[in-house]
Ligand binder design. Structure first.
Ligand code: GLN
Ligand code: ZN
Length: 783
């Protein structure tokens, strides 16, 4: 019999119950007992659903109140000293202080979990630190599941991945240099501040870490646990040789202890390069992601050890499409032949990256709905595959047929395929999307057109999203505010933002983006080929969930999306008004993307739609256009060997969208993070006339890389951190600009905040921008 198991289930709840419980707890409405009770209810519901779907080994420990890596840090007693914890068990107060900061201490850093949009809390390591079992959470949940008559399979992050994803910290430097950054209100992706190298290697902590893992495993065995899942997704990245050797040592040691059977789980990419090594480990089974990397199957199947089970991930845990069951069956059949009962089936990775339950989507049309599968449906698909393997096609006939019909209808649907879009893509041929003339020629034309001063000032696009703006948008959505009244309200807001900027004497203005709920959704709603769910939430971090649009078909732009607002804003001022668009890579990256064509093709379709908008903005007299690409870096593949290919099409998609701009139209782009070093050539290849970036938190250090690389075009290094309510002084910003001027010639420097201002309040924004403009003027006077 083929066993179906699951790597993890979404924890957020059908109705986002976990978010509500957490927020009630944080606001003091409910106490810790009540929070735990609600969490237990959710766990039980999720376990029952999985049981009903035919999952035999139920994942336990995948449920976290905030983040599974943070849970692991607590279990291992890796609580940074600044939280003053020295108890036997990490309590909720300490746990949430680490996650979100407290009145006296900033939160721990957060960063993206591999190439997903999920953020984990980065473990902090310091030299000579000790580990000790400091949480009973996992064991309690195991007993909880057993109490319900279930067979739990605890899930923990393996020691190699745990260390790999953490960061060395210098405790002495920490005291002087406490990070300022609160991430709960971050508008975008900017995380991962630079930290001074701490002068030791975190891998050296492994010998101290392993005994605690040994203790965890022994405890689980005492509880009667048969299988434990140890997640080692780090193996899909380019691990250095000493890390791979450490893997051997670690599992050799853990294999010796009185442990349950270990299933070592990898996901998100291929581990074929390590096939021999993994098959030789003293573990009882391996899990492979065949959705991301089907070709790795054969590297394992040929000589798979006879004492191990093999779990194959054939249902996509990262996307929303219904599985092509025939293709999945073909993929697992050879394994079933050679492994028999030792073959297990699973989703490719934890289902936490997928929305919970399609059944809740009552507003999607039937056809589109028939193409989708969320977490619950994915488990049904696995059960069906197992049944087909075990009992033949007769056992699954009806449901299999309808699944097959749905997949076929998606393949041929007119809603997906638009001949005009295809023709347009074909017509592009190998056009690389370069503008007519190189930057120096364009810069001259732009100087003649705009006559901007040295150190021109601008902002990144959004201004505070006040409660009134949100309310108007909501009322309009509900039909309580007419189109005309909504337009009036937004125009009033735009007029206010324009007046303020003129009063502040900013050189290049923006309209403030009051009409945008979200920088991707706003465009997705107006583009063909996109759909939206009502409940398709996935966790982004902590209690923050996102509802990505679905790109299901060829993308095109039926009509202008931003031109009226831009034209109105420009009519209010004689200063240049920046048109504001979201770039193709970011729209792609923050959506569920179709899996029936390469991502790059979808990116190019979006690029052409954005290009249409660029063209219309230009025709409406807009001379400066910003195409935001905050997700440009996060699209990077997990393996370096794939980077060039990605960066090639990503930069081309950006260029294609900007290509129609004549010399005297200035194209800006914006990215809000501070890790550029390894992709600077690809940033330069975008060939934006101006790029604005986040630099204030790294105190302009980041600019050194740009200077060293001799980045050729204009740069606006952010001079103040918009993630903090703090108003920086003029002197601070002058100081940063002086630093900037030492590495980038003044003629190519702009002055702007780190990112958009939408999460800030006016009383913070106004003085900060006053100081910013004063700083720019002070710099000008010196020239
Ligand atoms: N133009 C957007 C804004 O100002 C950019 C947001 C972002 O970089 N994530 O809000
Ligand atoms: Zn930004």
């Amino acid at each position: 019999m083929t066993r179906v198991h699951n790597l993890g289930f979404p924890r957020i709840g059908h109705k986002r119950e976990l978010k509500k419980a957490l927020e009630s707890f944080w606001s003091g409405e409910i106490d810790g007992m009540e929070l735990e009770a609600r969490a237990a209810q959710l766990r039980e519901r999720h376990w029952r659903i999985q049981q009903t779907c035919g999952v035999e080994l139920i994942p336990v420990g995948d449920f976290s109140l905030y983040d599974q890596m943070l849970d692991m840090s607590c279990t291992l007693g890796a609580v940074p000293p600044r939280y003053g914890f020295d108890g036997k068990e990490v309590d909720l107060a300490t746990f949430f202080a680490m996650a979100r900061g407290s009145s006296s201490q900033p939160a721990m850093e957060m960063t993206k979990w591999f190439d997903t949009n999920y953020h984990y809390i980065v473990p902090e390591f310091h030299e000579g630190m000790d580990f000790a079992l400091r949480s009973e959470r996992l064991f309690r949940q195991v007993r909880e599941a057993q109490g319900l008559g279930l067979a739990p399979k605890p899930v923990i992050v393996g020691p190699i991945t745990y260390l790999w994803l953490g960061k060395e910290k210098d405790l002495a430097a920490e005291a002087v240099h406490a990070p300022q950054h609160h991430h709960d209100d971050s508008a975008c992706c900017g995380h991962g501040g630079s930290s001074a190298p701490a002068g030791f290697d975190r891998l050296s902590l492994l010998p101290k870490l392993l005994p605690v893992y040994g203790e965890i495993l022994a405890r689980l065995r005492e509880l009667g646990v048969e299988w434990v899942q140890m997640d080692e997704p780090a193996l899909t990245q380019d691990l250095p040789g000493e890390w791979l050797e450490a893997l051997d040592r670690a599992y050799a040691e853990l294999g010796k202890s009185a442990a349950p059977k270990i299933l070592l789980a990898t996901y998100f990419e291929s581990v074929a390069d390590h096939a021999q090594r993994l098959m030789a480990l003293p573990v009882a089974g391996l899990h492979l992601d065949l959705r991301r990397a089907a070709q790795q199957r054969d590297a394992f199947l040929q000589h798979y050890p006879s004492d191990k089970i093999l779990s194959l991930g054939v249902v996509d845990g990262r996307n929303v499409w219904r599985t092509d069951l025939d293709a999945a069956l073909a993929l697992v059949e050879p394994a079933a032949k050679s492994l028999g009962d030792r073959l297990w089936l699973a989703p490719s990775c934890s289902l936490m990256h997928s929305p919970v339950d399609l059944e809740q989507e009552t507003e999607l049309d039937d056809e589109l709905k028939s193409w989708l599968a969320f977490a619950v449906q994915k488990l049904d698909e696995l059960a069906m595959l197992a049944r087909a393997l075990d009992h033949g096609m007769e056992a699954v006939q009806g449901p299999w047929e309808s699944a097959r019909a749905a997949v076929a209808s998606r393949r041929s649907s007119q809603r997906i395929h638009n001949a005009a879009v295809a023709a347009r893509l074909d017509a592009l041929g190998s056009d690389e999307g370069h503008r007519k003339n190189p930057y120096p020629v364009r810069a001259k034309a732009q100087r003649e057109r705009f006559h901007l001063p040295l150190f021109p000032t601008t902002t990144i696009g959004s201004f505070p999203q006040t409660p009134e703006i949100r309310k108007a948008r909501l009322q309009h959505r509900k039909g309580e505010l007419s189109d005309a009244d909504y337009r009036k309200a937004m125009e009033a807001e735009i007029a206010h933002v324009v007046r303020e900027q003129e009063r502040l004497d900013i050189d290049v203005l923006v309209h403030g983006e009051p009409e945008r709920n979200d920088m991707v959704e706003y465009f997705g709603e107006q583009l063909a080929g996109f759909a939206f769910t009502r409940h398709g939430w996935v966790q982004s971090y902590g209690s923050r969930y996102v509802k990505p649009p679905l790109i299901f078909g060829d993308v095109s732009r039926p009509r202008a999306m931003t031109v009226d607002w831009a034209r109105y804003a420009q009519s209010l001022s004689s200063r240049p008004m920046k048109g504001m668009l979201t770039g193709p890579v970011t729209i792609l990256q923050w959506s569920f993307v179709r899996d029936d064509q390469p991502r790059e093709r979808t990116a190019l379709q979006i690029a052409l739609a954005i290009r249409d908008e660029v063209k219309d903005l230009i025709d409406a007299g807009i001379g400066i256009i910003q195409i935001d690409e905050p997700a440009y870096r996060e699209g990077l593949p997990l393996k370096r060997k794939d980077w060039d290919h990605y960066l090639g099409w990503a930069s081309r998609a950006f260029r294609i969208s900007a290509q129609v701009a004549p010399d005297d139209v200035q194209i800006h782009t914006h990215m809000c993070y501070s890790e550029f070093n390894d992709i600077l050539p690809a940033i330069a290849a975008m060939d934006a006339d101006v790029i604005t970036i986040e630099t204030s938190r790294s105190q302009m250090e980041l600019l050194d890389a740009f200077a060293h690389f001799q980045y050729p075009n204009e740069i606006g290094p952010g001079v103040y951190d918009i993630h903090s309510p703090r108003v920086p002084t003029e002197a601070e910003m002058v100081h940063l600009l002086e630093k900037a001027e030492r590495v980038v010639p003044a003629e190519r420097l702009w002055v702007n905040p780190d990112c958009g201002l939408k999460t800030r309040k006016w009383p913070e924004v106004t003085p900060a921008l006053e100081h910013m403009v004063a700083a720019a003027k002070a710099m000008r006077r010196r020239h």
